[in-house]
Design a protein around this ligand. Structure first.
Ligand code: HEC
Ligand code: HEC
Ligand code: HEC
Ligand code: HEC
Ligand code: HEC
Ligand code: HEC
Ligand code: HEC
Length: 364
């Protein structure tokens, strides 16, 4: 009976993985961590045991990423002393290359992580940091839950001793923190399931009719922060994880925010939304002319981000949030506003590319 239970359970996990993203429930995570031995305590992964990382009670190498790079770094990144200890281990994923990219988590800022820290940070002068140990616990992590054993901040904004979901790890530093850069928005608020729209990271989405979703994704699908943020490497060496990327904002694929770019790219969105559907105007009937522009009338193309936020909107449906860098108030009503008037029907009050929308309306 028990064996059948485990088999059915594994099949279930397999199905969720095949169907887009693998997001385990709290119960599944409990089951996984109870039945798997932590990766770094398995002999075949780490024949040196505790001693690989510890000499007595202190751990070797204050810069923990150097210690981790002994197995997760390219040759030149490995510490000599530790390298001698790098006995024959099974292959391990190389992450150091992603941390050398232009956009990355600043793991090279050292000595700022404390074993016990409380988030969100309330002191605006506290230096920002992000080390391996903020997101991973080498004593506890397992392949299915690489962040198992670290602290978090829940969808309610409160500190958690033990994060279950990946986003809870991210909310530690990208939520209400008083020391985050001014341009960053509070992700706990952006992903609040009470919002009229959001990408389904914390809870399943609210829009049950999206013509653009690729096969395998439905309105019930959930995605993760790391579905969009992580390494841009495309080859077999690609290592998952929100480590570093050559794309701005540590994005897995290119995404142009700036207007009037010679060759704008929206590959990120097209990983999950069919390009033919978006440019075929299957929902918003003026997608194509906005995105590509209209040469004959000398209209330039516009980025998705001029109209959409990638995370969630506290105000609008369809992730509509106009980018204030390019969109201003209309001259007649003095408003920047989107009004949804039913499926594929709405009005916009704004001024953009010097075109007044006072309002301009659409319907299919
Ligand atoms: C892959 C490297 C690695 C291995 C293997 C490892 N540790 Fe650790 N350990 C660390 C690091 C890094 C820290 C610091 C954690 C922090 O500051 O968040 C640590 C902290 C600790 C601490 C103090 C904090 C705590 O978690 O209680 C103890 C005790 C400890 N380790 C014991 C052990 C024992 C016992 C083993 C073997 C069963 C072991 N470690 C194996 C890397 C390792
Ligand atoms: C003795 C070699 C060794 C050291 C040192 C080491 N790792 Fe690993 N680690 C492995 C192996 C082997 C795996 C399994 C294959 C893989 O995913 O890379 C692994 C897997 C992982 C994973 C994937 C999740 C999991 O648990 O399977 C994470 C995250 C990770 N290591 C983080 C760290 C961090 C952080 C450090 C430094 C504190 C560290 N490792 C130090 C060998 C090591
Ligand atoms: C311990 C703190 C910490 C945690 C946990 C953390 N981050 Fe960060 N993150 C930072 C710091 C520090 C930076 C550098 C810029 C800054 O200060 O925000 C950064 C930068 C970023 C950036 C680039 C922002 C930009 O403006 O270029 C993204 C995207 C990001 N983090 C996403 C995530 C995601 C996704 C997670 C969860 C998997 C996460 N972070 C977890 C501290 C953290
Ligand atoms: C659907 C893709 C997608 C998902 C899912 C996603 N992001 Fe982003 N994120 C982006 C894009 C695109 C940008 C940059 C463009 C922008 O801000 O308009 C960005 C920007 C950011 C930034 C820097 C700017 C800012 O607004 O603060 C941070 C930090 C960040 N994301 C963290 C997160 C965290 C944490 C999560 C999960 C809770 C997450 N993201 C989920 C696509 C995504
Ligand atoms: C990893 C997959 C993934 C990526 C990448 C992605 N999306 Fe989505 N998106 C989804 C899913 C799943 C939904 C369905 C949510 C729902 O049913 O409400 C969705 C919904 C939406 C919606 C409708 C939300 C609503 O409530 O009506 C918009 C608009 C949208 N995405 C725009 C974008 C843009 C713009 C990008 C690029 C920055 C992007 N998406 C990237 C998976 C993705
Ligand atoms: C800001 C949070 C963050 C930091 C800092 C971070 N990681 Fe990760 N890492 C992640 C996330 C999230 C994943 C899992 C992504 C997924 O499941 O797709 C991951 C995955 C991994 C994996 C598994 C890769 C794979 O393809 O299986 C390894 C190994 C790893 N991290 C090692 C490290 C090491 C070593 C450091 C420090 C040098 C580090 N990470 C720093 C968030 C982080
Ligand atoms: C000029 C503003 C504007 C731009 C630019 C824009 N959108 Fe939209 N988009 C909208 C509006 C308005 C809706 C809501 C349509 C409705 O009422 O249902 C929408 C709806 C959507 C939807 C949900 C319905 C569907 O088609 O599945 C997705 C996904 C989407 N847009 C993706 C994108 C992507 C990707 C880009 C960039 C390549 C983009 N949009 C550029 C205004 C815009």
């Amino acid at each position: 009976m028990k064996i059948i239970g485990i088999l059915v359970f594994n099949l279930f996990i397999l199905l969720t993985i095949v169907n887009g993203q693998s997001i385990n429930t709290r119960e599944e995570i409990d089951f996984l961590v109870q039945t798997r031995k932590p990766t770094h305590l398995l002999k075949e992964n780490n024949p040196g045991g505790c001693k690989t990382c510890h000499a007595g009670i202190t751990y070797i190498g204050n810069e923990e990423e150097v210690q981790c790079y002994t197995c997760h770094g390219t040759k030149n990144k490995r510490s000599k002393k530790l390298n001698q200890m790098r006995l024959k281990i099974k292959e391990s994923k190389i992450v150091s290359e992603d941390f050398e990219k232009l956009y990355r988590h600043p793991v090279e800022r050292r000595g700022l992580h404390k074993y016990i820290e409380i988030f969100p940070v309330t002191n605006p002068y506290e230096p920002r940091h992000a080390e391996c140990l903020d997101c991973h616990n080498p004593h506890k992590s397992i392949p299915e839950v690489p962040h198992w054993g670290v602290t978090g901040v829940g969808a309610d904004g409160k500190f958690l001793k033990n994060a279950y979901f990946e986003y809870e790890v991210c909310f530690k530093c990208h939520g209400a923190d008083a020391n985050k850069p001014l341009y960053q928005k509070n992700k706990v608020k952006e992903f609040n399931p009470n919002n009229p729209s959001y990408h389904p990271v914390v809870a399943p989405g609210k829009n049950n009719y999206l013509p653009s979703l690729k096969v395998g994704l439905t309105y019930e699908s959930m995605i993760r922060c790391s579905s969009c943020h992580g390494s841009d490497s495309k080859d077999k060496k690609r290592v998952s994880g929100v480590h570093g990327s050559n794309n701005e904002y540590i994005l897995v694929a290119s995404y142009t925010k700036t207007e009037e770019t010679i060759k704008p790219q929206y590959d990120l969105c097209y990983e999950c939304h069919r390009i033919e559907s978006i440019l075929g105007n299957e929902s918003f009937p003026y997608h194509r002319e906005h995105i590509e522009g209209v040469k004959a009338r000398d209209w330039k193309g516009t980025s998705c981000s001029t109209c959409h936020t990638p995370h969630g909107s506290e105000k609008n449906k369809f992730l509509i949030e106009f980018n204030p860098d390019y969109v201003t108030r209309d001259s007649i009503n003095n408003k920047i506003e989107f009004v949804s008037e039913g499926m594929f029907k709405g009005s916009c009050y704004l001024k953009c590319h010097n075109v007044e929308h006072s309002p301009k309306s659409y319907s299919k």
